[in-house]
Design a protein around this ligand. Structure first.
Ligand SMILES: Cc1ncc(COP(=O)(O)O)c(C=O)c1O
Length: 393
């Protein structure tokens, strides 16, 4: 029998992702559901990992992360954002951002605490909050540009609020939070003495706007725990090399939890990501540039087919409203029907509403998320399949 925690996590488990991936295989569909690129990242980085394995760097590395990677993360934060972190006690390497999110919540929240975050939201946040015994207060982002109401954010903060969780650039909307919005969030954190946790895994996949880390705003360095990952930046999502940067006392707390989750992560991949972080800025931005062209190709195509397209400013993902093209169904029914009808898989955005429990009463009901981090031929083929479906529906 599942225990109490497993029961509580059940509503958050993303069965829809598994169902869609199974459907993709069963129908031999193009899978634009899950966000992973269909081309590997730089061969030079793969070579670093392979050479490290050959050279015998295959035993437990330090639990905090290898010194080469911690130094590279410190250099990256300083060069890109002018924020100084000590590699000794302000940087922790994790098994992807996924572990970082879990360790941060477990380390910083007491049962009964509240976490304020934006909706729609990446699905692991609510699950990790549940693991920590914390509850979630949601503040809605509104299409077309995914704005939020500062008064609603302020009203979501109560006596049990422990932290504000911010994901920028944002999955699933592709929003890059602007300086004014970040100032609102920072002011609230400071005036209510809250912590901020930021998930910045798409920091280098930006097409419009600039990524501004919340930690760099006045008064925020001492209260912000920032999370990122090499998987998205370098197109090696399977390597699962993430990291946390935070002031030493907060980092120490996260580190104590991480030690008993995974203890450490594979050294060859850490070495490879360390090399990548030291690439010149043009090299680091290369994937973002390539993705921008893919975004335009795919979003233009979807718009021509009649979808209402919310063109993302960043990330791998485009959101569409299907109200015009499939008024008779909601996004779940649309996405379940799509593979059999025309061999394309996408994700209904309702999974990102209602804190992942699918209880967001009507929220996101007509929204569909498409991952466009695929080869151009795949995107063109997906559009032509969708066009055939449109012509017969
Ligand atoms: C917003 C966000 N955070 C974290 C992650 C997980 O990152 P990682 O693969 O490094 O665990 C993802 C992956 O899709 C994501 O979209």
């Amino acid at each position: 029998m599942p225990n109490h925690l497993a029961e509580r996590l059940r509503p958050f488990s993303t069965t829809i992702f598994a169902a869609m991936s199974e459907l993709a295989v069963a129908t031999d569909s193009l899978n634009l559901g899950q966000g992973f690129p269909d081309i590997d990242g730089p061969a030079e980085l793969a070579q670093v990992a392979m050479e490290a394995i050959g050279a015998g760097r295959n035993q437990y590395p330090p639990s905090q992360g290898i010194p080469e990677l911690r130094a590279a993360i410190a250099a990256h934060q300083s060069a890109w954002y002018g924020i100084a972190y000590s590699p000794d006690d302000e940087i922790l390497v994790t098994t992807g951002a996924t572990e970082a999110i879990a360790a941060v919540m477990l380390a910083l929240c007491e049962p009964g605490d509240e976490i304020v975050m934006f909706e729609p939201s990446y699905d692991s946040y609510a699950a990790c909050a549940a693991m920590a015994g914390a509850s979630v207060r949601l503040v809605r982002l509104h299409a077309p540009d995914w704005w939020f109401d500062p008064a609603e954010l302020a009203a979501a903060i109560g006596p049990r609020t422990r932290l504000i969780l911010l994901n920028t650039p944002h999955n699933p909307t592709g929003k890059v939070f602007g300086a004014d919005e970040l100032a609102v969030i920072a002011d609230l954190c400071c005036s209510h003495d809250l912590l901020a946790v930021t998930d910045e895994v798409y920091e280098h996949l930006i097409f419009e706007g600039t990524h501004i880390p919340l930690a760099g705003l006045p008064g925020m360095a001492e209260r912000t725990v920032s999370i990122s990952s090499g998987g998205k930046t370098f197109s090696f999502t399977g390597w699962k090399v993430g990291w946390v940067t935070a002031p030493a006392p907060l980092l120490a707390a996260v580190r104590s939890v991480k030690q008993f989750l995974t203890y450490t992560s594979g050294e060859p991949f850490q070495l490879a990501i360390a090399r990548g972080l030291l690439f010149a800025p043009e090299e680091i931005n290369r994937l973002g540039l390539a993705l921008r062209a893919k975004r335009d190709l795919f979003c233009d195509g979807l718009a021509e087919l009649g979808f209402t397209v919310y063109r993302p400013s960043a990330t791998y993902f485009a959101t569409t409203d299907i109200g015009e093209v499939a008024p008779e169904m909601d996004a779940v029914a649309f996405c379940m029907a799509l593979p059999a009808r025309c061999g394309v898989v996408a994700i209904p955005s309702s999974v990102f509403y209602g804190a992942g429990a699918g209880a967001g009463a009507g929220a996101g009901d007509t929204l569909v998320r498409w991952a466009f981090c695929k080869q151009d031929d795949v995107l063109r083929e997906a559009l032509s399949r969708l066009a055939k479906w449109r012509s017969v529906s």
